[in-house]
Design a protein around this ligand. Structure first.
Ligand SMILES: [Zn+2]
Length: 486
């Protein structure tokens, strides 16, 4: 066999002792020095970042693969690495390299672990052993880290950057969280607003408009605020997610009493979680578009909490039959959950009441002046009729162009004035104008859920869904939903 002349350098950075100590640049420098000493020409360098991968991770290392393929294409005859464990510590990848040597004669030369002779059984064994020892070492390190994390959690200690709502005081073992009163007040405010049915998106915009930063001094994003509101830390609990050997979450997250003062009580926190994790709210990434009319509007007749809407779902029985549970409203509160009703029934009922109210008294109920609005509306109808008659008579030849122009010139400014008067008598919120005229039913039908919710709130309706007996929610009894002035 001719003496090999072409070499490739492979470097790898990882989160073990050797990997942390040896930067990629250092590994490469040492390999280049070795190449010079061996009389080899470096034709290519490969480098993988393996920092976040657990020892048993199967996450592919793109450059390791590329290197194997180039070796098979005989672009070089020698792979230079700092050590066997820098090349890889995955048994599977060591086997790949041994195979590469068998098929193509590719050699491995290292700075720290010498030159394993992969053509002999001893050489292969040494290489495999080195790999195993490295794997064991890496696993022990990970295990120690997992144990340490669990101990920290069990003792209720905080770990990580400063959370919004608290300050970090002390250092090391004395480190503890103390309530940051200004941020705690903001947190409580956000909780109240969520419970009042306000969208996270709107609250986020408001915090940013008021110049209130996150704990890291950044502006808020809806997802960040949502996470902050869902934290168990808020009601004084330390959450711990155990990890498996592969570094992925394993088992259920555990809660331990935290060593800090809570900002929110548990019951309130549960309500926030029920609202924020309501599938109806998660439907878009703003996390705010309310899909269901009465979510966070109607109340549970048993516990007085807000009810939430839930999507239709299909359930397969053991017999193989499927049952379809329709969209419904439910009380989500732990300890109650006694109320449930089919959504379309309740929505139809409430819609009928709202439309009847708006038809009868919409202008006043939405904050306008009904008498002035009626008068203006009558005048507008008269003026429009007059202009239409003039136009008809012109078309039929009864009136001349001049006569029509005279009528129009008189009527137009009057019409504009009456329209102004009507606008002045309408609710202050112009977007609600169509809910005060004769076409209320149509307007309600085509309105989006957000607008409908707003109208229900403006009307001051308190909607309560009561518990009914056995067969809860089968036949709809309108008496089981009460609508009273708030
Ligand atoms: Zn309830």
């Amino acid at each position: 066999m001719p003496k090999p002349t072409r070499a490739a350098i492979y470097t790898r950075i990882s989160n073990d002792a050797e990997g942390r100590e040896l930067g990629v640049a250092r590994q490469e420098k040492d390999c280049r020095a070795l190449a010079r000493a061996e009389g080899l020409t470096v034709v290519e360098t490969y480098s993988d970042n393996d920092i976040s991968a657990a020892p048993s991770s199967r996450k592919p290392r793109p450059d390791y693969l590329r290197m194997l393929m180039d070796a098979e294409a005989r672009r070089f005859d020698v792979v230079l690495a700092y050590s066997t464990s820098r090349l890889t510590r995955r048994p599977r990848e060591i086997e790949d390299f041994i195979e590469l040597h068998e098929d193509f004669g590719t050699q491995l030369v290292t700075v720290a672990s010498g030159r394993p002779d992969l053509s002999t059984a001893d050489g292969r064994m040494t290489t495999r052993l080195t790999g195993n020892v490295d794997t064991a070492e890496a696993e022990r390190t990970a295990e120690r880290a997992r144990r340490k994390q669990k101990e920290l959690a069990e003792s209720g200690r905080h770990n990580g950057p400063r959370p919004f709502g608290w300050n970090i005081e002390g250092r090391g073992a004395d480190q503890r969280l103390t309530v940051n009163e200004a941020e705690a007040a903001v947190l409580r405010e956000c909780v109240q607003r969520v419970l009042a049915g306000e969208g996270i998106w709107k609250i986020t915009l408001d915090l940013n408009a008021r110049g209130i930063p996150t704990s890291t001094g950044k502006t808020w994003a809806t997802q960040v605020l949502r996470r902050v509101l869902l934290r168990d830390r808020n009601w004084g609990m330390r959450k711990h997610q155990p990890l498996g050997k592969d570094g992925k979450p394993k088992g259920k997250p555990q809660l331990y009493p935290g060593q800090w003062e809570p900002i929110i009580d548990r019951e309130t926190h549960d309500r926030v979680v029920a609202l924020l994790t309501d599938p109806a709210r998660r439907s878009n990434n703003r996390g705010t578009a309310p899909k269901y009319l009465l979510t966070s509007v109607a109340y549970c007749g048993e516990c007085g909490g807000h009810i939430v809407g839930t999507a239709e779902y299909t359930y397969e029985l053991k017999s193989g039959k499927t049952r379809i549970y329709p969209h419904s409203y439910k009380c989500p509160h732990a300890g109650c959950m006694k109320v449930q009703r089919r959504m379309t029934d309740v929505d139809d009922h409430v819609s009928r009441v709202v439309v009847a109210l708006l038809e009868r008294d919409g202008v006043r109920l939405l904050g306008g002046d009904p008498i002035a609005a009626d008068a203006a509306r009558t005048r507008i109808a008269e003026l429009e009729a007059k202009m239409k008659i003039a136009a008809d008579r012109f078309v039929s030849g009864e009136w001349t162009d001049e006569m029509v122009s005279r009528i129009t010139a008189q009527a137009k400014p009057q019409l504009e004035a009456e329209k102004d008067r009507l606008r002045g008598a309408q609710p202050a919120d112009e977007s609600l104008d169509e809910f005060t005229g004769p076409d209320v039913a149509k307007a309600w039908e085509s309105a989006d859920v957000e607008t409908k919710k707003r109208i229900i709130r403006l009307l001051g309706m308190r909607i309560t869904i009561h518990r009914v007996g056995p067969g809860n929610g089968r036949g709809y009894d309108p008496a089981s939903v009460t609508i009273t002035p708030e």
